[in-house]
Ligand binder design. Sequence first.
Ligand code: NCD
Ligand code: ZN
Length: 399
Amino acid sequence: MSLLIKNGKVYQNHGLLKKNIFIKEDKITKITSQELKADKTIDAKNKIIIPGLIDGHVHFREPGQTHKEDFLTGSMAAAAGGITTILDMPNTLPPTTNLQRLDEKRRLARKSIVNYGFHFGSTTDNTAEIQKVKNVASVKVYMEYTTGDLKIDNNEVLQKIFSNTRISAVHAENEQILNAISMIKNTNNDIYFCHISSKEELYYCKKEKIKNNIYVEVTPHHLFMTAKDLNNLGSLAEMKPHLKTEKDQKALWEGISNGKVNAIATDHAPHTKEEKLEVNYPYGVPGCETMLPLLLNAVNEKKLTLKRMVQLCCENPSGIFKIKNKGFVKEGFDADLSIIDLELEKEVKNDELFTKCRWSPFDGWKLKGWPVTTIVNGNIVFENGKINKVGAREVSYYE
Ligand code: NCD
Ligand code: ZN
């Protein structure tokens, strides 16, 4: 099978060029001004082709909580949101903390229509598993309480985990960040702070220059909402870390401009509306379908450049987790692409969502700039609001 995307503007080498993209099987084989013949052609006139987004932080709930989401529905939401690769978190039921459970999750993930990878879970006593695990994005470390039961607060154990993995993805809040940095310094490994949400946290992350790489992830909900939104949304807008003040939100946007923020990821954490409205509601909000439209709307509002967006959502996640052959529109790279329409204005509507939980804290938001077509491994998996179910595959990593 070959596919030609013609007449669009291609995001390449940090700029936009009017070029055609020729795809053969699952690879981008030519980016050219010529019009080559292909089995199928997409006319991308007035559209831009960017690398498919790599969402480094999702909870697709499989196994164990498939009434909230599963790899098919979660990946459909991702595809509709221009995301072509997701990295799934380990706080499933049971949690992904040993090799056998990871294999089981690998089997379940085969129905995903976007490419996928896994963060491996850590516990107080699974260092032997961590040492053996292969082909994972990171080891996730929960230093703070959240959905699931994986919190670790013993420094000796934490140090052992940080020492045994190339990169840890850490849920730490407030001073826990300083504690994590003091431990990573004793190793030659890197650390990725998930969902940094406040001015102070961002300051803690980048305060000290150390030999290790310290990466900062922020989420769309912290960039586009504040604690004020709790007035309207109530528990629907409760997540970990909590929504913060406008001052904090401003600091995150500054971090995006000045380079202190390294990645944007959704922390897609679906729960049913019923669960969210219970007295003991769970934390988390879905986000795969809304991240790219929110960011493109911000591009239209000049809060962000397209270049920075592509760095934070495509190039950097592939670099940080060392994902092979993705994150760039480049000859020889995987044909994982998002075709976007910066002029398209549309409202986020709960009943149009593909996530199984079918609600969004951004319901009713009018946004300008939407993904219109998503291509994964050379297959069109989302086009004109419709999903085409083609199985995708697990990513691999550079050593
Ligand atoms: C996440 C979940 O529900 O799995 N919840 C959340 O509020 N973010 C867990 C997490 O990432 O902390
Ligand atoms: Zn999360």
